[in-house]
Design a binder for this molecule. Structure first.
Ligand code: DCP
Ligand code: MG
Length: 392
């Protein structure tokens, strides 16, 4: 049995702002874009502002309507990142097995450490106390036998919450929940399940594996079948120690055209590929990052066991990931990169070694000129016009 802890800071950006300026304490604080602008959205808000119905990702104009007397602030990412690092240090004083999920959220694997504490509740209180001591901020902590349940637990008593789910308590906690609370079940998925008569986890539990797979497909069906039983075998995975290389760009105007986004990926993978070959490294993971206008950020990652360094395969992987991610809204930022870098590649019998040679020849020629003179067809595109925004 594992002991997985999920920690999520409360109203993170707004809490840091309140810490810096104690006059904000107890007041509705909204952090986000320009309230005057059409594009501005709420990044987050204090719990006082949430009482007026203000939420993350809501247009600023709507937030002003709902809570006109709030204090409106623009985000100060540098400061939030400094606090995020401090919180991370606290995590690492409890265990090296820390998987950061976002700027204010992480999973910790404390399996085997239980005997250092009187109870799992005490373990949770210690983590919260250390965070408060180091930063002055409150966090919500959930402790459970796996990631899925730990995340639900940290959410159960927010803000400043603590909740423990032991194996015998799983059913009491889980069965009454709406399926909407399950990871990956959005409004559309929930509607599909509702039409099939499934609204709560208890409804889900009554269905056979076959039934769920015929409803939502094989992979999703299996995933839901397991979640309904509180089963989740995913490990807490600390980020790989090896370095990564990446490249990203923020657009002047959000872009919703897939072909343009792929062109940008082509330029970025060519850049990353050049750096890989220069360092004599092969990448076993390729990832992409997509940020929408409301700052919500998605990443996708693919593992390539044999390791790659040529532009074609890097691009193929990145563009395949973008297809899978299938952006639903205009994209503000796109990036791609590689991790799990290794020196020596395991040779696969099915790969074409000429691909790498071609990339190397292009690098050699480019190295002799100040600008890249040789580019592959898909790199010719209008991205030079897309300058990063000043405030990113
Ligand atoms: N964030 C953002 N845009 C979003 C969602 C979040 O910029 N659409 C930022 C601001 C948040 C931070 O990320 O402070 C952490 O996100 P959370 O979802 O954890 O939200 P909060 O920490 O603000 O509140 P909660 O107490 O609900 O965790
Ligand atoms: Mg949070």
């Amino acid at each position: 049995m594992r002991t997985v802890v999920h920690v999520d800071m409360d109203a993170f950006y707004a809490s840091v702002e309140t810490l810096r300026n104690p006059e904000l304490r107890g007041k509705p604080v909204i952090v986000g874009g320009d309230p005057e602008s059409q594009r501005g959205v709420v990044a987050t808000c204090s719990y006082e502002a949430r009482r007026f119905g203000v939420r993350s990702a809501m247009p600023m104009r709507e937030a002003v309507k709902r809570c006109p007397h709030a204090i409106f602030l623009r985000p100060d990412m540098k400061t939030y990142e400094r606090y995020s690092h401090r919180v991370h240090h606290v995590f690492e004083s409890f265990t090296p097995l820390v998987e950061p999920i976002s700027i204010d959220e992480a999973f910790l694997d404390l399996t085997g450490c239980e005997h250092f504490y009187d109870s799992l509740w005490e373990m949770g209180r210690k983590i919260k106390d250390q965070i408060a001591q180091s930063t002055g901020l409150t966090a919500s902590v959930g402790i459970a036998p796996n990631k899925f349940l730990a995340k639900l637990a940290s959410d159960a008593k927010k803000p400043d919450g603590l909740y423990v789910i032991t194996p015998t308590q799983i059913d009491d906690f889980l069965l009454p929940l709406s399926v909407r609370r399950l990871p990956g079940v959005g409004p559309k998925g929930a509607e599909k399940l509702r039409l099939a008569g499934i609204e709560t986890v208890a409804d889900l539990r009554r269905r056979s594996l076959n039934n769920l797979q015929s409803l939502v497909g094989d992979r999703w069906g299996r995933f839901l079948y397991q979640l309904a039983r509180g089963i989740d075998d995913r490990a807490v995975e600390p980020p790989s120690q090896s370095v990564s290389m990446s490249r990203e760009v923020t657009f002047e105007e959000d872009i919703d055209d897939l072909a343009t986004l792929k062109h940008v990926l082509a330029v970025q993978t060519a850049d990353v590929g050049t750096r890989l070959r220069r360092a004599g490294l092969y990448a076993k993971s390729v990832f992409i990052k997509v940020r929408y206008g409301d700052y919500s950020t998605l990443t996708r990652r693919q593992t390539i066991a044999s390791g790659i360094q040529d532009d074609d395969r890097l691009y193929e992987a990145a563009s395949g990931l973008l297809d899978r991610l299938a952006p639903k809204r205009p994209v503000r930022l796109i990036g791609t990169g590689v991790t799990d870098l290794v020196k020596v590649r395991q040779v696969s019998l099915f790969e074409d070694p000429r691909k790498e040679q071609l990339s190397q020849v292009i690098d050699e020629i480019n190295a002799r000129f100040p600008h890249r003179v040789l580019k592959k067809g898909r790199e010719w595109l209008p991205v030079d016009d897309q300058k990063p925004r000043a405030n990113d």
